[in-house]
Write a protein that binds this ligand. Sequence first.
Ligand code: 13P
Length: 287
Amino acid sequence: MLVSATEMLNKAKAGKYAVGQFNINNLEWTKAILQTAQENNSPVILGVSEGAGKYMGGYNVVMGMVKGMIKDQGITVPVAVHLDHGSMDGCLKCIDAGFTSVMFDGSHFDIDENVKLTTEIIEIAHGKGISVEAEVGSIGGEEDGVIGAGEIADPNECKKINDLGVDFLAAGIGNIHGAYPENWAGLSLDALDDIQKLTGATPLVLHGGTGIPDDMVKTAITLGVSKINVNTDLQWSFAAATREYIEAGKDKVGKGFDPRKIIAPGFEAIKVTVKEKMELFGSVGQA
Ligand code: 13P
């Protein structure tokens, strides 16, 4: 069932669990995530970065694929299709293509510009029932070639953006995309607490969900995090399983070169990782 992410995340915030946003790259990723959500009766958010959208052939291709998958695979759990770290142009294109949710990432603008542009997106998206995520304080690490510094967001700026009527808010709390360095200080849970106090019932979003210790993830959920983004972990799972298949020489045995056979272990590995995350986030059985 295709829905905006508003209701599922409000429910998650009230129920003190989080819904996973799993970024997709292709048909196999999409099928693996949707099947796992259905098998575990969990709501799910399919994240699409601008780079991945381009790679898959465009936002209309993505929507056509997801809609067809939901119908033909009998997916009845709530599914949101969400633009991850969108520019103004990307948000407008995704709204036009039928995405049910968009993130406008204005974190690299000054706060006044972020307020102005986020307001514009909210007006357009809400007119069509599409949910909006905004960001304050850039997330560190690399995402589509953009390197963020991993800031700790200013709680007052979070309140300012929150009060515009965003549906959920990403606030930097020392989290970064991709692998965390050995000397990473961990999430700033005090900052998260301060942010939640000023943003009230709004679900908060934790980017960089790969590599955060489980207990820290659980504490973050108790402090208002209701959406956790995971991308790199699925890529690692897929790559490791594919490597094992090739290194074992299985592509050279019989029809092992068939692309459906080559991709199958990676597909199963994505399913395992998604299930583990859904269990950790507490979204199993919450559809
Ligand atoms: P990871 O790649 O660290 O899992 O982060 C994903 C993310 O935050 C997408 O917005």
